[in-house]
Design a protein around this ligand. Structure first.
Ligand SMILES: [Zn+2]
Length: 371
């Protein structure tokens, strides 16, 4: 490299660095990240993209983060108004693209050929229902354990719900009175006549070589849907999903990418990606995502199927606030309007904080998954 080229390259790098450090938002974010380091010590959060153990490393990570966040926010496949037929073409094109980025394309095509080899490893009778641990084959090389709750007496095929826990939760959380923000939603759903299935998808490392974290999480939920379809107790045409926080995010992904989901409740999550860049575990993000879409576009893949998003008025002001949720829902309504069913996507604003609003969830799923 000649002297002149080297000088130009160095000047360019310095220019970018100075610009990032002079941007008040990025400087503020840098200090917020450094000061919050201790608060993020939970092992569940080690997967985040810029763990700042040392100020200098953090500074370089910040530059990288700032430039990729800006460069990545292109949203080339943003939904714009069109005819219902063209909207379906758009949905399929976005799904195909996202399956590639999630490294799931080949698994989705071969899903019928992977046997479940289901094995009940534990059965527990509770008041009015039976809770089982079941080991299933998720991919040819990987087993998972799911929790399945069925009402004590089943006289005809029932609707079913794939429930999804948030950060730090697990497959028992919806049946745990101590997990107050979940309002015992698993127990309540099964007592209201639903079969409930729940998997552990809180991992922050990739299990299988060549896969992606978000792809593996989504795939395990899709396997839950496929497994429900095999159960005589379940009406395969009436399968819904629901989740809180990270679970609300995964409920969005499941409903968006798997058209077998008939009705969806996504609680404590509706927001925009710019907000998620600010103060969250970054496990939601993967290469290529921001270039393609923002969250309202992913929710738009759920249309015209029923969708309820829940956001609480007491959410922290830096998190999933109601004004942000309203802004996102306006964008989601564009495709529902094109399908002529704008009433199918609702924002349920409740008085609580980062939690499930149980009654609206039960009412919505009971109505939308009724025979
Ligand atoms: Zn995470």
């Amino acid at each position: 490299m000649g002297n002149r080229t080297a000088r130009v390259a160095i000047a360019f790098i310095m220019m970018i660095s100075i610009r990032c450090f002079l941007c008040p938002a990025h400087v503020k974010q840098y200090f917020r990240e450094v000061s919050r380091e201790a608060a993020w010590s939970d092992s569940a959060f080690y997967g985040r993209q810029f763990t700042m153990r040392f100020p200098l490393t953090g500074a370089f990570q910040l530059i990288h983060h700032a430039s990729t966040a800006e460069a990545g926010a292109v949203r080339t496949m943003r939904y714009t108004p069109r005819s219902p037929d063209a909207a379906r073409v758009w949905q399929q094109a976005v799904r195909n693209e996202l399956f590639e980025h999630l490294r799931l394309a080949e698994l989705v095509q071969s899903r019928e050929s992977i046997p479940f080899e289901a094995r009940v490893t534990k059965t527990e009778k509770r008041d009015g229902f039976v809770l089982k641990d079941i080991q299933l084959r998720s991919t040819r090389g990987r087993l998972i354990t799911v929790a399945l709750a069925e009402p004590g007496r089943i006289e005809h095929a029932l609707p079913a719900v794939v429930c999804v826990h948030g950060h730090g939760g697990n497959r028992f959380t919806p049946f745990d009175p101590g997990a107050r923000e979940y309002k015992l939603c698993g127990t309540k759903l099964v007592r209201n006549g639903f079969v409930v299935i729940w998997a552990d998808i809180g991992q922050h490392e990739v299990y299988e070589k060549g896969r992606a974290l978000m792809g593996e999480r989504l795939w395990d939920l899709m396997r839950c849907v496929s497994y429900l379809e095999t159960l005589p107790a379940v009406d395969a045409k009436r399968i819904g999903c629901a989740g809180l926080s990270f679970g609300g995010e995964m409920a969005m992904w499941l409903a968006a990418m798997d058209e077998r989901i008939e009705a969806t409740v996504s609680a404590g999550f509706l927001t925009l990606m710019d907000q998620m860049e600010q103060n969250h575990c970054m496990c939601w993000k993967f290469d290529g995502l921001r270039q393609l879409v923002d969250f309202p576009d992913i929710y738009s893949l759920v249309a015209p199927r029923p969708l309820q998003c829940q956001n609480g008025l007491k959410e922290d002001s830096t998190q999933f606030t109601v004004p942000l949720a309203r802004k996102a829902m306006e964008q989601i309504h564009v495709i529902y309007r094109d399908f002529g069913v704008v009433q199918n996507a609702v924002l349920e604003v409740h008085d609580g904080g980062h939690e499930i609003a149980l009654e609206p969830l039960l009412t919505f799923l009971s109505e939308r998954l009724a025979k």
